[in-house]
Design a protein around this ligand. Sequence first.
Ligand code: GLN
Length: 425
Amino acid sequence: MKTPIPFYLQEILDSVRDKDGGKVADYIPELAAAEPEYLGAALCTTTGHVYSAGDADVEFTMQSLSKPFVYALALQELGLDAVREIVGMEPSGEAFNELSLNRDDHRPVNPMINAGAIAVTQLINGVDSGVEERVERILTYMSRLAGRELEIDESVFGSELDHADRNLSLAHMLRNYDIIKDEAHDAVLTYTKQCSIRVTVKDLAVMSATLANGGRQPVTNDKILDADVCRLTLALMSSAGMYDGAGRWMAEVGIPAKSGVAGGLLGTLPGQLGVATFSPRLNEEGNSVRGVEAFKLLSKDMGLHLMSTEERYGVQPIRHIIDDGDATVIYLQGVLNFNAAETVLHELERYDLSADKVVLELSNVTATNKMGRRMLKEGLRRIRESGFDIELVDPEQELEDLKMSDGTEVPVGDPEDYQIAGEQI
Ligand code: GLN
């Protein structure tokens, strides 16, 4: 069988191809010369499968797509408190290069607008870092996220630096209020370098999937960021990633996203996937015209809206309950999070346990989270408290730590003893 996913992506690209409104960024000659007809898309799942269509191998500069990743790096290096001292977490509702700082504390409102991104960038690699080492640190990190060695487009960089008056004025403003310690020119230089890193949509999809995957690059399996850092970054992308269009974007598309003026657009669905498009013509807000349309279709046709309330999270966690002589065996399956564990406990409360022993069989459980594990263990403890023997069959060690809240351990059983004929473990 050949998977239809690249075909779905191609279909989406074909249906937005005739949306030829907008124009390529023209504030520097290098971007003005971009081929406006390029159109590509890629998707990477948190299991590390990459699919693409169209111009998926064409490189372009990250521009503002670098902002969420560098914000994540700053959080990883310094922690939220330190980063929060210099940049806020509120949507600005303003254009990306607005000359705006908070009225009271003079911090930029969020890290997705230029003022915030410039403030964040100069934190990387320590306040005393030289520009070169800082840029190297960012480039190495971006390369790890992409899973290949990325490069800086020196001609875009040079030209951008020659036209950086507005960003320089932001940096001077930040320095005036003591938000940044770096020289204004150095801060803008680092920021402009990070904007000039060249990527393809495939790179972006994988980088974005790393955020979706709690910081583990799903193709190389490289653990790059903490899950908490990814959560914060995605939260900021969802409220501020699309600048002045952020509210409308969340309602219509519902995929935390970030755009860049070279025509890239990336989206991240936590726990599921990263997706990216490339098409250089931009609308008035600086977002790729076809990219925005493609994301609307991805959300609608592929059901990717984050706020979708369809039943996709309501997978049945109980596979079977079998009374087997002196034991009742409860076979669980899928992902055991709060919702799934609640269903299991709810069923157990209603179930008329008549055997001497209750066995939880986890061979078909694919993943658990902290709350799911805690609830299951507490459920087992309570079953034991009401007079039953308990046993856990957990060949993949999904429950990780077998200690219960009262300090005792859950006894472990052998999967072979509970195998159902015709079912694979
Ligand atoms: N390099 C651009 C700038 O700082 C990036 C802006 C963007 O992609 N929105 O103006």
